[in-house]
Design a protein around this ligand. Structure first.
Ligand code: GDP
Ligand code: IMO
Ligand code: MG
Length: 421
């Protein structure tokens, strides 16, 4: 049996905290896509930890954490992450596993990411520059190198061949930054990678399922950044939606049961691209301040706005969400009013559907206003303790979406979560 946790917005919904919260109920926690563009924040005994590639169940020593074949893995980042996790008392040689089919991010992928973004000028995507797109391009272009390849003695010659291809592309971009020190780090980190558990991920996970083990699949980014269904081209390069679980882990779709969709009580986006409910005024700045909305991976300020129910219902449909987890509800505690967007008007036509292409369109969102609850909810433990105005806000969301908010997160701490009844 496989359950899924994934983001319903543009990422940073609080997936890391929620995976850590649910991890005790599972045997294996497995990342199925993305790479070091992700930043998943957890608090472990009061210490803040940001994980980029390691699944967020790693602090449960009795749980297996698997980096799936759908991930693109930067071994340099992995080595650093492992060092910080080890410093907190976790033995990664025991509970971290990596699929041999996982594609590697090379230093030249990172250089290509930067060169390509620079070349886009005004139209840049706002990539995290972690080499994600070039690595996925090499996967679909059938050039990439995989974790399993590092165990073979011809790896270096394969690496050099690909590196030469990349150099030609970099020359086309007139990119001439020296990244030889990254390459030294890369080659060194491969030795570390070899010391970890490299497995055939698809047999590993299916044999565990056959034995009745429970798997929690952890997504990165969010549904509106999905390469097929997000705000293309301002998206990432993987399927962030639940379809990515099957291809990213080698699990048949009928094995997937619960899909927990994570949404903030409002909305954020980091990087460029359409964001219909963005607040360009002091209210947006206030949300950024209250929610401490700065990127976990890049430190960039996140763009902030009201909850977009049009986009959220679309994400519920795409993912087959069975339960919603609403995070950062406490961030709205002091506001006099909160709003949700119920439809868009585009060129005079009202719609409650996400259009084929969102950029370049004048989208006017229609909002519904709710009185704020103006109560500190951070210490609350039960749903019926929550202020009535907030419960009304949640019940409006439930009825618009036709999917229930079943958990409400009321602070960053691992114990700050309320089961909605
Ligand atoms: P992820 O990428 O989806 O895992 O989310 P990030 O870790 O990038 O960003 C979420 C941020 O919100 C982190 O700083 C979390 O510590 C914080 N956070 C998560 N849940 C809550 C919550 O319910 N309330 C508050 N105030 N902060 C939260
Ligand atoms: P988590 O897992 C928020 C955004 C980038 C950029 C676009 C493409 O922490 O929610 P990429 O590096 O993939 O080429 O960037 O996607 N992005 C994220 N935004 N959270 C993330 O991950 C993100 N990963 C990528 O800002 O707009
Ligand atoms: Mg994040």
């Amino acid at each position: 049996m496989v359950d899924v946790i994934l983001g319903l917005q543009w990422g940073d919904e609080g997936k890391g905290k929620i995976v850590d919260y649910f991890a005790p109920g599972y045997d294996i926690i497995a990342r199925f896509q993305g790479g070091a563009n992700a930043g998943h924040t957890l608090y472990i005994n009061g210490d803040k930890v940001v994980l980029h590639q390691i699944p967020s169940g790693i602090f449960h020593p009795d749980k297996i954490n698997l980096i799936g074949n759908g991930v693109v893995l930067d071994p340099v980042v992995l080595k650093k992450e492992c060092a910080s996790v080890t410093a907190l008392g976790i033995d990664v040689t025991k509970n971290l596993y990596i699929s041999e089919r996982t594609h590697l991010i090379l230093p030249s992928h990172r250089a290509l990411d930067k060169a390509s973004e620079n070349a886009k000028g005004q139209n840049k995507i706002g990539s995290t520059l972690k080499g994600i797109t070039p690595a996925y391009m090499d996967k679909t272009g059938r050039n990439g190198l995989r974790v399993g390849d590092i165990l073979h003695k011809n790896f270096i010659s394969q690496y050099v061949k690909l590196r030469i291809k990349h150099q030609r592309l970099l020359d086309n971009f007139s990119f001439n930054e020296d990244f030889s020190s990254w390459e030294d780090d890369f080659l060194e980190s491969l030795e570390f990678l070899k010391s970890l558990n490299i497995v055939n991920g698809e047999y590993f996970i299916n044999e565990a399922l056959d034995k009745g083990k429970k798997v929690l699949a952890e997504g990165a980014q969010g549904s509106m950044l999905d390469v097929d269904f997000g705000t293309f081209p301002f998206v990432t390069s993987s399927n962030t939606t639940s379809s990515g679980v099957s291809s990213g882990l080698g699990i048949a779709p009928q094995k997937i049961k619960e899909v927990f969709g994570i949404t903030k009580a409002y909305c954020t986006r980091v990087g460029s691209g359409p964001f219909p409910t963005e607040l360009h005024d002091a209210r947006g700045d206030n949300l950024r301040k209250l929610g401490n909305e700065f990127g976990s991976t890049t430190g960039r300020p996140r763009r902030c706005g009201w909850l977009d129910l049009v986009a959220l219902r679309y994400a519920c449909m795409l993912n087959g969400v069975t339960a919603i987890v609403m995070t950062k509800a406490d961030v709205l505690d002091t506001l006099e009013e909160v709003e949700t967007c119920e439809s868009y008007t585009i060129d005079g036509d009202r719609t409650d559907q996400i259009p084929f292409q969102m950029h370049g369109l004048q989208i006017d969102p229609a909002f519904t206003k709710f009185p704020g609850w103006q109560t500190d909810i951070t210490g609350m433990k039960r749903f019926n303790e929550l202020p009535e105005q907030m419960r009304k806000y949640v019940s409006h969301i439930n009825s618009y979406l036709g999917t229930q908010v079943k958990y409400i997160s009321n602070g960053p701490g691992s114990d700050q979560i309320i089961v909605a009844s």
